[in-house]
Design a protein around this ligand. Structure first.
Ligand code: NAD
Length: 513
């Protein structure tokens, strides 16, 4: 067990970045630079330059010019670049995974898992590069053919959140690049170092791509480090037809409105207030493990973190005390030392957690845990996960507090529990623990969960890339990653071709001149 305060994460970070070919001067920017601390022990890792408005605009113009060239490259060749990116990520998985752990405070396993997710989406996108297919549609007119084609859309702006600092870029960029788009990435100002590292890995892939006889145009995949004003510049720019924005609902409300005002397209991946239901027939051992990881993993800082739990009154006394024991015994401390619950991202996150717990008590809740845990590093903010038994589905229960708080309620009727589960602004992820087929199917039916993700006997977090990822209502309605999410990164044209000698009009309309 290391002494957390004296852990030299700054030197480790420098070594990891220089191993990836990043000039170490990028960590010592002067002036209006972004300070970066590790949440693991609060140590300052460096200061990173923030793009000016002029630089961001120039980056977007470069990306637009790149798009005009890139769309001419056949999609399977574009896939070759993404294949090489996947290879480079495999080769640098340990270094990038470690950086994610240092910059966000994730466990080594989760840091590596995040990079694996990037590799997985690259593999998916490579296959997709030969499958960007439209329909042929029956036409009512003789000697005509109707079909749809999918074309690249242009510059895709990617705005990402701190908690998946690099995977979210890959979900978007791998698809956008095979679709023929260029990308400009505005990472979270809390995690610019992993973005710089990812950019360096991408440069290696581009170099190899160009060496093999292809030409990735300058400006094809750009990085614009900065705060929300840099994101706002992307959102406002008329050369950016699509912005994929991941973050809080508050951010999405602003970004969505701005894009709509100029008819720009949005993929919004916003906050969740995810719930699970434990029914009388549930396998309680399995439910315990599923709930524990979903509620406490990543210190409650996943958009899919389990935040509300409805337990049937007949199993409440058999289940909840075991869950309480798991919450009170889980190890809290440096994730780099093997603890399961790591730090919150910053002091503000700890404050918001404490405020939510105080508000829950005002609504009559009993709070177990939730206190700050002293790890011997005053600038690091750790908390014991809180299990909150609440008599009402009200107050802070209705909000997403980005911290490990699980509100637990008892229910008697499954339809009531489903109604309560759906009775929040967000609609991202949900789960039911049951061995009763009727209960499982009801939950998955049109009368069941209203979320973009609905699971049976699995927690709410930990999605695979093969499925479409995203949620409804205040979660924004966007879909990323697998299934047919690629369609969001292209524009669709319907083509009708007349190969006859007559000109019949649709709907039998006549117009004889
Ligand atoms: P945040 O909203 O504070 O910031 C997210 C990103 O948006 C950052 O890059 C930030 O600079 C940018 N931003 C903020 N305001 C902006 C504006 N007005 N214009 C343009 N850009 C702006 O979120 P966070 O604290 O980094 O992340 C946590 C939140 O993200 C949680 O709500 C979580 O649920 C959500 N999240 C959602 C998903 C999903 O897929 N649904 C995934 C990860 C995180």
């Amino acid at each position: 067990m290391s002494d957390i305060a004296s852990l030299d994460l700054a030197t480790q970070t420098r070594d990891l970045l220089s191993g990836l070919g990043v000039d170490e001067r990028r960590l010592s920017a002067q002036g209006a630079a972004i300070p970066v601390r590790s949440p693991v022990n609060g140590q300052m890792l460096g200061h990173v330059a923030s793009a000016t408005a002029e630089e961001t605009n120039a980056t977007i113009e470069r990306a637009h010019a790149a798009f005009l060239a890139w769309r001419r490259i056949p999609a399977p060749r574009r896939g070759e670049l993404v294949r090489l990116l996947g290879e480079e990520l495999r080769a640098n998985k340990d270094a990038l995974g470690r950086l994610v752990s240092i910059e966000v405070g994730k466990s080594p396993s989760e840091g590596l898992g995040e990079v694996q997710e990037m590799i997985d989406i690259c593999d998916f996108a490579v296959g997709l590069s030969r499958q960007l297919c439209g329909l042929t549609i029956a036409t009512e007119r003789a000697e005509h053919r109707m079909m749809e084609t999918w074309h690249p859309i242009g510059v895709v702006g990617i705005i990402s959140a701190f908690n998946f600092p690099v995977a979210v870029w890959a979900w978007n960029a791998a698809l956008a690049l095979v679709c023929g788009d260029s990308v400009v990435w505005k990472p979270s100002e809390k995690t610019p170092l992993t973005a710089i590292a990812t950019d360096a890995i991408l440069r290696r892939a581009i170099k190899r791509f160009n060496a093999s006889g292809d030409a990735a145009p300058d400006g094809l995949a750009e990085l614009a480090v900065g705060g929300r004003e840099t994101g706002a510049a992307l959102v406002a720019h008329p050369r950016v037809p699509l912005v994929s924005a991941t973050g809080s609902t508050e951010m999405g409300r602003i970004v969505g409105r701005e894009l709509a005002s100029r008819f720009g397209r949005a993929i919004l991946e916003l906050g969740g207030n995810n719930a699970a239901i434990v029914t009388p027939s549930a396998d309680l051992d399995l439910a315990l493990r599923g709930v524990a990881f979903a509620a406490m993993g990543t210190a409650g800082q996943r958009c899919t973190t389990l935040r509300r739990l409805f337990v049937h009154s007949s199993v409440y006394d058999a289940f909840v005390p075991r869950l309480k024991a798991a919450f009170s015994s889980v190890s809290v401390g440096s994730p780099l030392d093997g603890h399961l619950v790591g730090p919150l991202i910053d002091h503000a996150a700890l404050e918001r957690m404490q405020e939510a717990l105080a508000a829950a008590m005002e609504f009559g809740a009993t709070v177990h845990g939730g206190e700050r845990v002293d790890v011997g590093a005053p600038q690091a903010f750790y908390a014991r996960p809180a299990l909150v038994e609440t008599p009402v589905h009200d107050g802070p229960v209705l909000d997403e507090t980005f911290a490990p708080i699980l509100y637990v309620l008892s229910y008697d009727d499954l339809e009531d529990a489903i109604a309560l589960q759906n009775d929040v602004p967000q609609g991202l992820s949900s789960a039911i623990f049951t061995t009763d087929l009727r209960e499982a199917e009801l939950f998955l039916s049109a009368r069941g969960s209203d979320c973009g993700i609905a699971n049976v006997n699995i927690g709410t977090s930990g999605a695979e890339i093969g499925g479409a990822f995203g949620g409804e209502k205040a979660t924004g309605g966007g879909r990323e990653s697998g299934s047919d999410s690629w369609k969001g990164y292209m524009r669709r044209a319907t083509n009708t071709i007349n190969y006859g000698r007559d000109l019949p009009l649709a709907q039998g309309v006549t117009f004889d001149v």
